[in-house]
Design a protein around this ligand. Structure first.
Ligand code: ADP
Length: 492
């Protein structure tokens, strides 16, 4: 028996409530042969609580309202729909009959929509929509044709007719159960009001009142079960089927992908046109017959422009490849704990001298706290940071400052901030700068040579690392781009 009692011993570090009471009562946990079932007193108290709890649940009352009104509603549907169908069928040889049939279909659709709302609001069930949105359906005629072709339309019609027999049952049941318990509760109250307060009246009040209350709780349990069953039926009958929804979802995704592909082709062609035209014009001028050809200095200038435009095109192709990989989930980001200070430092060192020499912009890397680790891909992070610092340098006027700092951030996240003293970004542009091909001010940004892809790629890369990229700006004073990454523990 020892083994048996051993398994009954209190589990280390805490017990289920009932078991603890059993072991406390005899103080001999290891030798006890206490029954395996929890203490009955607790169980009964819990059960009574659970049984009576239904009285204070709003859902019970909503459910009762649904069942009580089921008969009048079912009768209304039955009357309107049968009257409409019969009179419409009889008069169908004349136009008015067809109009009646049409009105009946519209009424049935309205009833079904109303029933769907009732099932959601009063029974608390999830019901899929009766039809799925289709932007191509603009004319009422096509809408009607689709409506008639949908299985959900005919299912909901069957439902509306079944609501009458169900309504007779539901309203009768709920009327009898709730009515009887309600009377049982009300009667003693009325009696006390009429006869005045006396010990006898109070006894009459408490005892039958308590039974009536228990009766009401029992009624609610029964009615809730009926409501749940009917609710399940309603969700099957009043909404589009699962298969139809999946087909619709797949179609919607395919259309979105097709739209984005078309947009991409449009944008790329647009972006390619200017540099290609420029290259073509310059090369053509260099190929002119000797007398028309520009002199050596001008030829060299044109060659330099051609080389610069070619580089821009190569950059664009790199960016496009990166986006294509991201879209097809082939963008490889290897996430592991990385220390941030060396990466920030390396990017600052690489871009600082260039910024000073070319644009007289100072890149200042603030004191970097050591031992700040995050989850990410070191090379990709360096790529993102390079992009942000390059942008900051490009948009900062001569003599300005670009500063990069590493913030401890919060308990869960660390942040890298890249700030500049450039023109800033307006609130309207700030909402869009992370979108593909978006440039805040095309005339100004043309000089910077960007295609509006850098920030969207940077954001995708950071999101692949489980981080994020955001920006804040004060127009006229400068912008700050914030990289946020999940903090990592290098020891793990
Ligand atoms: P681009 O290659 O054109 O710079 P990005 O995606 O990197 O493309 O940036 C999108 C747009 O965001 C830019 O065209 C520019 O208008 C704006 N932008 C980005 N960084 C800055 C910055 N530091 N200051 C002001 N505007 C910026």
């Amino acid at each position: 028996m020892a083994g048996h009692s051993g398994t009954n011993g209190p589990p280390p570090g805490g017990h289920p409530f009932g078991t603890r009471l059993v072991y406390r009562s005899d103080h001999k946990p290891l030798e006890t042969t206490a029954p395996e079932t929890p203490a009955p007193t607790i169980d009964i108290a819990d059960r009574v609580k659970h049984f009576l709890h239904v009285l204070i649940e709003p859902r019970s009352y909503l459910n009762a309202v649904y069942l009580l009104t089921a008969f009048p509603l079912g009768l209304t549907y039955f009357f309107v729909l049968t009257a409409g169908m019969i009179s419409g069928a009889f008069l169908s040889i004349v136009l008015v009959g067809l109009l009646i049939l049409l009105a009946t279909i519209v009424a049935a659709w309205g009833f079904a929509l109303f029933e769907r709302e009732l099932a959601i609001g009063l029974l608390g069930v999830k019901v899929p929509p009766l039809s799925l949105p289709d932007p191509e359906l603009v004319s009422p005629w096509r809408l009607l044709v689709r409506h008639l072709g949908q299985p959900a339309t005919w299912r909901s019609l069957v439902y509306l007719f079944l609501k009458l027999p169900f309504g007779i049952f539901a309203t009768l049941l709920s009327g009898v159960l709730v009515g009887a318990s309600g009377l049982g509760i009300l009667y003693p109250i009325i009696k006390i009001n009429v006869d005045g307060v006396s010990p006898q009246a109070l006894a009459n009040f408490i005892f039958p009142g308590a039974i009536a209350l228990a009766g009401l709780a029992f009624s609610f349990h029964v009615l809730n079960a009926v409501g749940r069953a009917w609710g399940r039926f309603a969700s099957q009958m009043l909404g589009v089927g699962e298969e139809q929804r999946q087909v619709w979802e797949a179609k919607r995704k395919a259309e979105a992908a097709d739209r984005s592909r078309r947009e991409l082709i449009m944008n790329v062609s647009h972006e390619l046109r200017t540099p290609v035209a420029s290259i073509q014009a310059h090369v053509d001028s260099l190929l002119l017959p000797a007398p028309d050809r520009p002199d050596a200095a001008e030829s060299e200038r044109r060659l330099r422009v051609t080389a610069a435009e070619t580089r821009r095109l190569a950059d664009l192709i790199e960016d496009l490849l990166m986006l294509a990989r991201a879209d097809s989930h082939e963008l490889k980001v290897i996430n592991r704990p990385i220390e941030l200070a060396p990466i920030v430092d390396q990017v600052g060192r690489a871009l600082g001298p260039l910024a000073r020499a070319e644009r007289s912009v100072t890149v200042s890397v603030e004191d970097l706290p050591a031992n700040v680790w995050a989850v990410g891909d070191a090379d990709r992070l360096a790529q993102v940071l390079t992009n942000l610092v390059r942008n900051a340098i490009n948009y900062t006027p001569e003599g300005g400052v670009v500063s990069v700092r590493l913030d401890e951030g919060s308990f869960e996240h660390v942040q890298i901030a890249v700030s500049d003293t450039g023109p800033g970004i307006s609130a309207a542009d700030l909402e869009h700068i992370f979108e593909r091909f978006y440039r805040a001010d095309s005339s100004r940004t043309r000089d910077t040579g960007g295609f509006g892809l850098g920030l969207s790629i940077a954001r995708e890369l950071l999101e692949a690392m489980g981080g994020s990229l955001s920006a804040t700006s004060q127009p006229g004073l400068g912008s700050t781009f914030w990289i946020s990454l999940r903090r990592a523990d290098p020891s793990k």
